[in-house]
Design a protein around this ligand. Sequence first.
Ligand SMILES: Cc1ncc(COP(=O)(O)O)c(C=O)c1O
Length: 419
Amino acid sequence: MPRTGRRTRGPEQAPEGAEPRGYDHRVSVPQPPEPIPGARLLFSLDPAVSHLNHGSFGAVPIGVQRAQQRLRDEMEANPLRFFTQGLVDRIAHTRRHLASFLGADPDGSALVGNTTTGVAVVLQSVGLQPGDEVLSTDHGYGAVSLAIQRECRRTGAVSRVLPIPLSATDEQIVQTIRAGLRPGRTRLLVVDQLTSATAKLFPVTAIARVAREHGVPVLVDAAHAPGMLSTPVASIGADFWVGNLHKWAYAPRGTALLTVAPQWRDRIEPLVVSWEQESDFPAPLEWQATLDYTSWLAAPAGLFTMRSLGVDLVRAHNAALAGYGQRVVGDALGVAPADLPSPGGPEVALRLIPLPPGTGTTIDAARALQTRIGERLAAEVAVMSWNGRGWLRLTGQVYNAADEYDRLAARLPALLAQR
Ligand SMILES: Cc1ncc(COP(=O)(O)O)c(C=O)c1O
């Protein structure tokens, strides 16, 4: 849990190259949370690097890697037996375990490889027709926007994107979406539970309620939710919800859960037709022919890791550490606390810091800067470009320590000053 004391970064500590922009560096920075003892040792991460971007691809604890390897050993010892004797039941058992942890209906959920797949399944199942529209926001994930555009091209539907200011309150977001719905025409609303580019929590429960009142189905892209956010999936009331367990729930990569409201289950179409095509939901989605299903079967070991550390403790630690990182790095870049975007909720372990104007403003420039920070500062971070502005996105995880953010804060201004 966060310590209550405060630390002051005096002007003498302001790192070289920082541009104060009239901002007083003698601002108090909250103390970082107490480290969780031994947590770093659970991961095989390169110790020479600060891993401050858990959000993109997660990190799999060693115990989970081993659990998956044991399953692969079993599979390779007798592939025929592995695939034909009990695998479908093992997958169903795993799905029940993961769905229960997330507060989702186990029988209304299906394991899928990732959020991108889940989104594609929903888009091709809702029956888009010429003249229909898919409504989303300008905080949506890039690949999801591309999927919407492709499905619209294929079906003659149109994609409409609602702009939502970064500083919008929950009420303003709901109002904007309510005003943007066109009942009878909007065939699907796609919203993120926690956005990727802007690290902003959306009030998805209220949004789903408004959409229901207008008869518009909702897909919640919850890629970052499992493991980080405690909101039970069923309480959101979305028609479709899909979240990755391979980000914040320590599952092996390739593990996501798609939940589908009862009225849609017999209309859901898998991307690939398999021998289970004629079976009831979720078998056609879950059985996608010969694949390596060991990531799913090992995913409960990720939940075991979280539970061993303490689920609430992990959540509180990660959010507090990300908040600490946002403040120290923001301070080093001369960003006043009031100008640091608020994540919109206490559990969010992704934080944004605005980069100096003109830095990382395009996707290419953001990627190049991210690589440069990785190579020059031995720090893996996310650099995002959103609405013509560059943003640094930092995460907090149990394997991180406060001094990793301090080091980044000390060295980043000079790197940014070298154009
Ligand atoms: C909001 C959001 N949606 C979708 C995705 C895609 O996730 P995946 O690559 O696991 O399909 C991400 C990945 O970071 C994301 O942040």
